[in-house]
Design a protein. Structure first.
Length: 271
């Protein structure tokens, strides 16, 4: 049983790629097993490589056991020749490139058989991400275990049974942090309309969202519905607000429309 891939090359080390590299090393991936290829490394990536003994932009070498693709979708065409030079028949390709299907990747890397397509989200930068992934039929048990360890190092990890579900995951957890930030902005704006000072409004909004998320985490198996009910006294102020939020055209309907739009856009990007 191979605990980690003996040689792993990360292609692209922006915010998400850099967060993954940091998480992998913190979880025990030997620095000698990792190489990073990034044409414009940030000071943080350069420092990570230097301090942890990771090869940054090394000369071309033999194909690795695993390639992790974290380039932006619009950069894939430019990066494809370099990726193809590293991808051998037995190389596992793990892609977090939004909108690029396994079929799309196979067409670019016809010599490679095993592919995993994953969708993480930005809280991976603090080890609190959520990632779902789909594996092609050619991915073997060791390769699945590598993905579980590597993607589990940056937060919660789940396998999907169908690749098509990636679009739904993108709409929920992939884009979801932006929804939470937008809610915080809206709550702060509402506070200002009620007459509170701007700085205090944002402090109240941020503190409420942060504290509520931490309470939900600590409560573990307690459902969000139960936590909501715990705050809601019959006939009280919270109940009055929730009557608006949960009424016709309210938060449930709005979120359903928003995530449907995100899923549709993800499908368009996949071509």
């Amino acid at each position: 049983m191979k605990e980690w891939p003996a040689r792993l090359v990360l292609i692209g080390a922006g915010k998400m790629g850099g967060a993954m590299a940091q998480g992998w090393l913190d979880a025990g991936l030997p620095p000698s097993s990792l190489a990073i290829r990034e044409p414009n490394p940030s000071p943080g990536i350069a420092s990570l490589a230097a301090n942890r003994g990771v090869a940054l932009n090394p000369p071309s070498a033999a194909p690795p056991d695993m390639l992790a693709l974290a380039v932006k979708p619009q950069s894939l065409d430019q990066a494809a020749p370099g990726i193809a030079a590293l991808a051998a028949e037995n190389t596992l390709v793990l892609s977090i490139i939004a909108g690029k299907t396994i079929a799309n990747l196979k067409a670019r890397l016809p010599q490679t058989r095993a592919f995993v397509r994953a969708m993480p989200n930005t809280p991976a930068a603090i080890g609190r991400g959520v990632t779902c992934a789909f594996a092609s039929a050619e991915v073997n048990a060791d390769q699945r275990r590598w993905c579980e360890r590597l993607l589990g190092a940056i937060g919660a990890f789940f396998w999907l049974k169908e690749e098509s579900l990636i679009d739904a995951v993108t709409a929920i957890s992939g884009s979801g942090p932006a929804y939470v930030f937008a809610l915080t902005e809206a709550l702060a704006a509402a506070a200002e309309r009620l007459g509170l000072p701007r700085d205090l409004s944002m402090s109240l909004a941020r503190g409420t969202v942060e504290g509520s998320a931490e309470l939900m985490r600590r409560e573990g198996e307690t459902s969000p519905a139960t936590l909501r009910q715990n705050v809601t006294s019959p006939g009280g102020t919270t109940a009055a607000a929730l009557a608006v939020l949960q009424g016709p055209g309210g938060l449930d309907d709005l979120m359903a429309r928003a995530t449907a739009a995100a899923r549709a856009r993800a499908a368009e990007m996949a071509g």
